[in-house]
Design a protein around this ligand. Sequence first.
Ligand code: NAD
Length: 254
Amino acid sequence: MAKKHYQSVVVLTGAGISAESGIRTFRASDGLWEDHHIEDVASPEGFARDPDRVHRFYNQRRDQLLSQSIEPNPAHFSLADFELKFSENFSRDFSRDLSRDLSKSYTLITQNIDDLHERAGSSSPLHMHGELLKIRCSQSGRIFECRDNTTPLSKCPCCGMSGNLRPHVVWFGEMPLYMNEIYQALNSCDLFIAIGTSGNVYPAAGFFETAKMAGAHTVELNLEPSINGSQFAEQHYGPASEVIPHYVKALLAG
Ligand code: NAD
């Protein structure tokens, strides 16, 4: 823990934070995600080739996410707790000293498409790779909540056409979401924490470098070192449900 009081904190989470909630990571087994080839179910080409398969794949992921067995774990809860206490401390400090810098902020960026951060109480995670519980009209770009199964025949709520709906998920080769907000936060943060991410998927894998250039203290929390692990200023390894609550407690204690 390099500094006692941070003003601007950015947390990036990856599939590892949800692993102990029962959602498998991408790279648990070579290039397969839940026993499917990634390029078949997570690329625009795969969708064009076989939209039925892609709809079925995300229907299964949605069913799994909404099943009773999937719940946020202590890692998700401790980040929500950190957000709450960090902003409480800020309001208290601010009311004491009105000349304080207003730039204190907390930004949670997630590569995950699940909703476990929200369920744990995090207020507005930036889902840079989209959200499983949303679908999108590929013509208008309009986004809709989705808890039911979809097929290539499903009619779009905005245009009434079949074939226009697709998962609101960023596939390989597509532009991630919220990039302006994300780079703005990275360029002004003084603490950057990467949690449960392998460092394989860009641009997220390069965020620590941007934060470092901005002068931030960088921390990796993961089951094992990621590809870039040695380049972080601080590292803690072990299961997210143990390492994150422990780290957050120490951070809040200053
Ligand atoms: P990844 O699958 O490439 O890597 C997972 C990382 O999590 C690894 O570094 C691994 O060491 C770590 N990990 C595994 N179990 C852990 C645990 N119990 N505690 C802490 N860390 C643990 O995941 P990624 O880097 O997030 O990138 C891949 C992509 O996977 C993202 O684009 C994301 O959209 C997609 N994805 C999302 C979900 C989800 O929404 N939960 C699940 C699978 C894949």
